[in-house]
Design a binder for this molecule. Structure first.
Ligand SMILES: Nc1nc2c(c(=O)[nH]1)N[C@H]1C(S)=C(S)[C@@H](COP(=O)(O)OP(=O)(O)OC[C@H]3O[C@@H](n4cnc5c(=O)[nH]c(N)nc54)[C@H](O)[C@@H]3O)O[C@H]1N2
Ligand SMILES: Nc1nc2c(c(=O)[nH]1)N[C@H]1C(S)=C(S)[C@@H](COP(=O)(O)OP(=O)(O)OC[C@H]3O[C@@H](n4cnc5c(=O)[nH]c(N)nc54)[C@H](O)[C@@H]3O)O[C@H]1N2
Ligand SMILES: [Mo]
Length: 766
């Protein structure tokens, strides 16, 4: 199905953004208990002299003067700037076992952690501990391990460059490369696929490119909720006539139409701009086939044109000078039949022809994507197929065109840049060794799934989490919870209580840190800034403006330095000096990582600086020295095709509601999808509900696969009739992680298959 809606203004009640977003913001500012600080804080988000919004990794405009309004940025900021506190009194009042019965929302809604805590098994409670005792206790446990590879060091993508750089240095000095990272569950396939295709594992576009593109293809992404500021850029593109083609099995409201709260006239008129000129609804996992079909049309039309004596539709010059492997790919495309393409993609040939029209009708094409592409078994191949399509007409490395994986966490890209990488390149380790006069381990370490397996099998015995919520973000929730509790040491560095803190190892510490919105002063009372990198590889400074939630809090950098000094000592690395002056950390980074020269000077310029992306300059750091077309066959079957031969089986995607930030649940509404006051829902096509012998709104248990002998059940969900492709259902993460298997993963990427989970349903007794 596609909509080719040319009308520009639509009723206000049906658009994303607009007054609904403003109303929702007010509600969240009030509910978070921070109306005043919240409002003041917001004026400084994504400003040159303020902090980087902890919401998402979308870029900031070069010339925007006023702050960019974003409903979900408001929620992220207000949630951190709350007046509520989870103090030692709170932990004294509740045992850990009791708190396990609380929801994600109730736990985080206790507010900010204030003091370092240690778990006391006898009372089953956390009690306060001094920072110095905590560091000493952690160091003693780490040093008692038989092998440093028995420890797992997790990172969530909110950590600053400075914190992440120190953390990876400490972990490597400790003796391991075990860096499970939220990115393993997120854009891993994008990094790998792009690295193989164009030699850089990052997107090639700048924000300005959105002002020049004639076509933007948005694949497997819901920016209305997850990257609301991106909608502003899509809207401006749509208004100047660029085509926006969406591939998404779900009709996401924000992609259909959007009222920009920054646009006073649009707000007053109650108007909205339609964003998507074309909306295609593939089945789950069908994108590779859809892109392949598009290429098939392009090759066929090109052949016709050339037969008629016309110039080629392909950028032959670019292909000849900059690429290898076209013939193999073309042969693979030609060998793929339309029957297979239509069946696997879930789109008709006519729809794919019209996607090809969009592609061929544009001089400058950008492709963007997120989790709908990266959380499948064949995600690396899909990313490479997207790259293939753009390479065909030279859409990489010129203005208004390029590849744009839209990152998740606000600094997930930067964390990888500064060394959070279980398999870091040799040049990086060697540069660290030179800079600090060290010898560091080379053996590849653990990613998220390796870490889970190692903990489950008892090979890993310590877990340190720099932010995040490992238990709830990973598959097989109960299994991962139990694996953490079997560790001899667990350490969680966090801002708010969450379920990962309720899976204490034999020794367990909960260390509260400053958030990004807060002023971070050193021993001389001088405020310090940290830095982050957005999806467009812009590196910029971030300095908090709020008073810290408690005087006892320490910054992530200080906490890491404290653990490191106690564990590996300070002979070679001056941990505590760096923790007191982040400029020193940046000086090291500037000498270790190319592109960070003069870091301390350049990061203080408004909006920071751009990290060079070689592919964007048509320099290809691949094995062949060229951009490489990949010639991977389509999967023989994707999950929705398999499900057809197993009656009652469906493919489930787990996505985000409008009221959550990953495992952080702000509220129980999903306004754009019409769900209010609940999260335990599964969206399904009405005919699928009928085929189950159920009625809409029936309550069911969701049952995951049990091939490995594990029972997987998520209990008590309401079936919501929804306009989805047949056989494909959807529901929210993290609740549904109970049915996502930990032993199935993306090929090459090892990313859990969060968007293609095989499930059945069981009726609940009325
Ligand atoms: N407010 C808010 N902002 C966030 C986050 C948040 O939770 N809340 N999370 C942050 C993080 S870490 C990330 S990674 C990003 C996530 O940003 P998104 O990737 O937008 O997140 P999801 O909600 O998982 O949405 C996936 C989208 O892909 C579609 N989809 C699912 N499967 C397929 C498929 O097979 N093919 C296609 N074409 N589409 C498919 C779904 O229908 C949905 O629209 O957002 C970041 N920003
Ligand atoms: N089924 C399913 N599972 C998924 C996904 C999916 O789509 N479906 N998405 C995956 C993706 S894309 C991602 S990125 C992961 C996310 O996985 P994580 O990054 O591990 O999870 P978050 O929910 O972002 O982490 C929230 C916690 O971080 C802490 N926190 C917040 N701010 C700070 C801070 O400034 N410093 C520190 N130290 N801690 C802080 C708070 O205590 C909060 O409870 O989940 C993945 N899991
Ligand atoms: Mo993510």
């Amino acid at each position: 199905m596609s909509i080719n809606d040319t009308s520009r203004t639509l009723k206000k009640s049906h658009a994303a953004g607009g007054w609904g977003a403003l109303r929702s913001c007010g509600k969240h500012l009030l509910a978070s208990g921070s109306a005043l600080t919240g409002a003041k804080t917001l004026l400084k988000a994504n400003q040159p002299d303020g902090f980087d919004c902890p919401g998402c990794a979308w870029g900031d405009p070069e010339h925007g003067s006023s702050f960019e309004f974003c409903e979900n940025g408001v929620k992220a900021v207000a949630w951190e700037a709350t007046d509520r506190r989870a103090t030692p009194a709170f932990f004294a009042a509740h045992t850990v076992s009791e708190l396990r019965g609380w929801s994600d929302y109730e736990l985080e809604n206790q507010g900010r952690l204030t003091e370092p805590m240690v778990y006391d098994r006898a009372t089953d409670r956390y009690r306060p501990v001094s920072w110095e005792d905590a560091f000493a206790g952690i160091a003693a446990e780490l040093k008692a391990l038989a092998d440093p590879n028995e420890a797992e060091f997790y990172t969530s993508g909110r950590a600053s460059n400075e914190a992440a750089f120190l953390y990876q240095l400490f972990v490597r000095m400790f003796g391991t490369n075990n860096f499970p990272d939220c990115s393993n569950m997120c854009h891993e396939a994008s990094g790998l696929g792009l690295m193989q295709s164009i030699g850089v594992g990052k997107g090639t576009v700048l924000l300005e490119d959105f002002e020049h593109a004639d076509a933007i293809i948005v694949i497997g992404q819901n920016p209305g909720t997850n990257h609301p500021r991106m909608l502003g850029d899509l809207r401006r593109a749509a208004m100047r006539g660029a085509r926006v083609a969406v591939l998404n099995p779900v009709r996401e409201r924000g992609l259909e139409r959007f009222a920009d709260p920054q646009d006073k006239i649009e707000m007053l008129r109650g108007g909205a701009t339609s964003i998507a000129s074309h909306y295609f609804r593939p089945k789950l996992g069908g994108d590779m086939a859809a892109i392949r079909g598009t290429a098939k049309v392009v090759f066929a039309r090109d052949a016709e044109r050339r037969a008629g004596g016309h110039a080629s539709l392909l950028d032959l010059d670019f292909i000849a000078h900059h690429t290898v492997g076209l013939d193999d790919w073309r042969a693979e495309v030609e060998a793929t039949s339309w029957d297979v393409i239509e069946d696997q993609s879930g789109l008709t040939r006519a729809e794919i022809e019209s996607l090809a029209d969009v592609y061929l009708g544009a001089e400058r094409v950008i492709a963007t994507w997120a989790m709908g592409v990266t959380q499948h078994r064949h995600s690396v191949a899909t990313v490479r197929e997207i790259a293939n399509l753009l390479l065909l007409r030279g859409h990489v490395g010129r203005a208004g065109a390029g590849l744009c994986p839209v990152r998740g966490h606000s600094n997930v890209q930067g964390d990888r840049t500064v060394g959070i990488n279980e398999n870091a390149p040799e040049w990086f380790i060697a540069a660290l060794e030179r800079e600090f006069d060290l010898t560091l381990p080379r053996a590849p370490g653990h990613n998220v799934l390796h870490a889970i397996h190692a903990m489950v099998e008892g090979r890993s015995k310590a877990f340190i989490g720099l932010g995040g919520n490992f238990v709830r973000a990973t598959p097989d929730t109960d299994l991962v919870h139990a694996a953490l509790t079997r560790c001899r040491l667990t350490v969680q560095i966090a801002t708010k209580p969450n379920h990962s803190h309720l899976a204490p190892g034999k020794a367990a510490y909960l260390l509260p840190c400053l958030g990004r919105t807060e002023i971070d002063r050193n021993s001389k009372r001088r405020p310090q800034i940290v830095t982050v990198e957005d999806s467009m590889s812009m590196v910029h400074g971030s300095g908090g403006i709020n008073r810290p939630a408690a005087p006892t809090l320490r910054s992530e950098v200080q906490i890491i330095a404290g653990i490191a000094a106690a564990t590996v000592g300070s002979d070679k690395v001056r941990w505590l000096a760096m923790a007191d002056d982040y400029d020193l950390v940046r000086d090291h980074i500037s000498r270790v990582i190319p592109g960070f020269e003069d870091f301390n000077v350049r990061v203080r310029k408004p909006r920071g600086f751009h990290l060079r992306n070689a592919a964007a300059e048509r320099e290809w750091n691949t094995a062949s020295g060229r951009a490489e077309f990949s010639a991977t066959p389509l999967p023989r079957e994707v999950e929705h095709q398999q499900a057809r031969s197993q009656p009652g089986t469906f493919v489930l995607q787990t996505f985000r509601s409008h009221d959550q930030y990953n495992t952080t649940v702000y509220g129980l509404d999903d306004r754009y999808r019409g769900v209010y006051g609940e999260r335990r829902v599964v969206f399904a096509h009405p005919d699928d509900i009928a085929a189950l012998g159920a009625l809409p709104n029936a309550r069911v248990d969701v049952i995951g696969s049990d091939e490995d002998g594990r029972t997987r059940v998520a209990e008590d969900f309401r079936l919501v009739a929804y306009d989805l492709p047949r056989g494909c259902v959807a529901g929210y993460y993290p609740e549904l992680n109970a049915v996502v298997p930990f032993n199935k993963a993306g090929e090459g990427s090892d990313t859990p298959l969060s968007k293609s989970v095989m499930v059945t349903f069981r009726a609940r007794a009325a």
